[in-house]
Design a protein around this ligand. Structure first.
Ligand code: ATP
Ligand code: MG
Length: 287
């Protein structure tokens, strides 16, 4: 039987959790930790308890064993569990619900906070895509995938925090733990799905709000989105755009140009008259 992530989380007992945390903490660049290193760190005299827990975590696919020796590493699901537990302890996430999206580098879930409001939990996972793997390996000096993944989550949370504090149109960030970013749930649809015949939506206004957010990003937070497209903008029922998906946010002129070009192409196709020069100057804070 395939267990959901929430079901797996409920099966993880305190000692299993400590073990997961220790495997994460002691990992080397290849992400593995030996049985003996675990035994020593946890100060365990009797091997049995450790063996039982390792077996259980392997069966739940939260850790995997090296084929050649008695070493273990966290899987992405194992990392998800650490994130879920800490979001719970910090009173951000009460209950994880269904998965709503499997992205290239993330799994996105609904969940509920302690007031039963729907929230989003995005679990990052970098390294599952082979093209990106090659690209990342070159730039990251052989850092562990788990470390790169956790850094991405942090980067997304920090971008959302700055933008949200400065009045940008983004989901409000609620917390980040390991690879899990909790944020406000936006009840909306992706910009690219908006029907052409929807007369209630004011595309000029939507573009203006996206540009305001990009300007805040560039001039105050000193970042650009890095992957802006109509797929990463949600439109809520009041017609407000929310820019999502910020893990690759960096300060980059080249990426800013690409982000704005994607926007311009989309809005021109929709019949909106856009002046490229004006838009670039506005976002850069020149005008
Ligand atoms: N705050 C949110 N509120 C509502 N839905 C969201 C929210 N964040 C993400 N989603 C949904 O999850 C999908 C994937 O999220 P996101 O774009 O952040 O991840 P991703 O890994 O880049 O996925 P993809 O590879 O599909 O772009 C979004 O297209 C959207 O449908
Ligand atoms: Mg996306």
């Amino acid at each position: 039987m395939r267990l959901s992530l929430a079901e797996k989380a409920s099966l993880v007992r305190p000692f299993d959790y400590i073990l997961l945390k220790t495997i994460y903490g002691l990992r080397d660049k290849s992400e593995f930790v030996s049985f003996n290193a675990l035994k020593k760190r946890l100060d365990i005299k009797d091997d049995e308890e450790l063996k039982i827990s390792l077996k259980k975590l392997s069966e739940l696919k939260l850790i995997s064993k090296k084929p050649t020796d008695l070493s273990f590493k966290l899987t992405f699901s194992g990392l998800d569990i650490l994130g879920i537990k800490l979001l719970y302890v910090n009173k951000i996430l009460n209950r994880l619900a269904e998965i709503i999206g499997i992205g290239k580098e993330s799994l996105v879930y609904y969940g509920y906070d302690f007031n039963d409001n729907k929230i989003i939990v995005k679990f990052h996972r970098v390294g599952t895509d082979s093209y990106k793997k090659v690209k990342f390996r070159k730039s990251q000096e052989k850092k562990s995938w788990l470390s790169i993944t956790v850094e991405n989550a942090k980067r997304e949370f920090e971008a959302l925090t700055c933008l949200s504090n400065e009045g940008g149109y983004v989901p409000k960030p609620l917390g980040v733990e390991y690879n899990a970013v909790a944020m406000e749930y936006i009840d909306g649809i992706e910009l690219y799905k908006i029907p052409v015949t929807n007369m209630d939506l004011n595309l000029d206004e939507i573009l203006e709000k996206i540009l305001q957010t990009m300007r805040i990003a560039y001039t105050i937070c000193h970042i650009t989105h890095g992957d802006l497209s109509p797929y990463n903008v949600l439109i809520d029922k009041n017609g407000n755009p929310y820019l999502i998906d910020w893990p690759q946010a960096t300060k980059s002129e080249e990426r800013l140009e690409k982000d704005l070009s994607n926007l311009i192409i989309f809005f021109r196709k929709k019949g909106i008259d856009v002046d490229t020069r004006k838009i670039f100057d506005y976002v850069r804070g020149v005008s």
